[in-house]
Design a protein around this ligand. Structure first.
Ligand code: KG4
Ligand code: ZN
Length: 343
């Protein structure tokens, strides 16, 4: 089975071709034949964040060439594609419309099924592209951490989800981006904090938010963001380069420990033996390391998506579409984008 997938929910225009080998073929599993990601970061950097209007216009400029590149690189003739998939939410509505309309038109033109995918489900299915995919067993628990979401999800089976906890205010990725802005590190904040924290010492004690039992598996990241803002404001002199690294390391460590400890307690409480991480923040090297360490200590199997499928990409949308295709869960061609689509 061959799927062409498109992702355009935020500021990445992406297209991918995936092949699912049949049960009888020698190399079972999902092959990502191409995954083209064209990021618009350079255009948004000067505004310190994403400008929705600019993002939508850039998607329009890029979509045709990104899809063509994905097809060319995969060496699969367009007419051999079995279905076309695209993200229909959540995300910026102007951005979503571009990929969605393109995918629907392509499916209609090719007379092939169209499959609308929830972006959050796409992030979860990035785990199906992990080298440890054989270890993925239902039910498992996933920590989905991105720029817009922070959730602990019980995945009971394909398409069967129970949200156990989520953030009550900012998402973890949003906190990374805001803290980076306060420290003058630019946008997006996650990758740069990840990088410079390696040279910093986590010597500042920021309080881990909402660790009391009464909060269950919910999170809050607006408090730690304010704590960093206040820490910087209370300094009489501008922070030195080393101090910026130390603040970054301290902030990152607090967030990482909060995320992983909640995830581990959810797994222990529910007696779940497989856990995964997903979403843009799961690219964070400290999170990946601490996650694996804690899982080993608790004899839990950790599943981590390949680095390139952690942040927004179309391959993860294609992976989710493969499982929908098998169940013949196709979408109508009048499917609308839904900015606040829930899991
Ligand atoms: O999943 P994603 O690409 O887009 C959304 O669905 O939101 O996530 C983007 C978020 C941004 O907030 C970005 O700063 C964060 O993921 N991020 C990271 C890293 N790479 C991206 N956060 C921490 N460490 C990273 N290495
Ligand atoms: Zn995302």
């Amino acid at each position: 089975m061959l799927i062409l997938a498109i992702e355009s929910s935020c500021d990445e225009t992406s297209a991918a071709v995936l092949e699912e080998k049949s049960f009888f073929s020698r190399s079972k599993g999902i092959n990502v034949l191409s995954n083209i990601v064209s990021t618009q970061i350079e255009f948004h950097k000067k505004y310190g964040g994403i400008v929705p209007e600019v993002a939508a216009r850039k998607h329009i400029e890029l979509i045709a060439s990104v899809v063509k590149e994905a097809i060319d690189k995969s060496n699969v003739p367009l007419k051999k594609i079995d279905a076309v998939a695209a993200t229909y939410g959540p995300g910026l509505v102007g951005s979503l419309i571009v990929g969605l309309c393109y995918a629907k038109a392509l499916a209609w033109g090719l007379k092939k099924p169209f499959i609308g995918i929830n972006h959050l489900e796409g992030h979860l299915y990035a785990n199906m592209l992990s080298k440890d995919v054989k270890k993925v067993e239902f039910p498992f628990i996933s920590l989905l951490v991105s720029g817009g979401h922070t959730m602990i999800i019980l995945v009971k089976g394909h398409g069967e989800y129970e949200v156990l906890g989520q953030t009550r205010d900012d998402a973890a990725g949003e906190a990374f981006d805001k803290v980076a802005r306060v420290l003058g590190l630019g946008y997006p904040g996650g990758p740069v904090i990840d990088k410079i924290a390696k040279e910093g010492i986590a010597n500042i004690k920021f309080k881990k938010p909402m660790m009391e039992d009464s909060y269950g598996y919910d999170f809050s990241f607006s408090g730690i963001k304010t704590a960093v803002v206040n820490y910087v404001a209370n300094k009489k002199e501008p922070l030195t380069e080393q101090e910026i690294k130390d603040v970054s390391a301290s902030f990152q460590q607090t967030v990482v420990e909060t995320l992983v400890e909640k995830l581990i307690s959810a797994a222990k409480d529910k007696n779940i033996k497989t856990v995964s991480i997903a979403g843009g923040v799961s690219a964070n090297s400290a999170l990946r390391e601490y996650f694996k360490k804690r899982c080993n200590e608790e004899s839990i199997t950790p599943i981590v998506p390949p680095f390139e499928f952690s942040t927004d990409n179309a391959a993860m949308i294609g992976a989710a579409a493969i499982f929908k295709f098998k169940k013949k869960e196709f979408s109508p061609l009048d499917l609308k984008p839904i900015a606040s689509l829930k899991l």
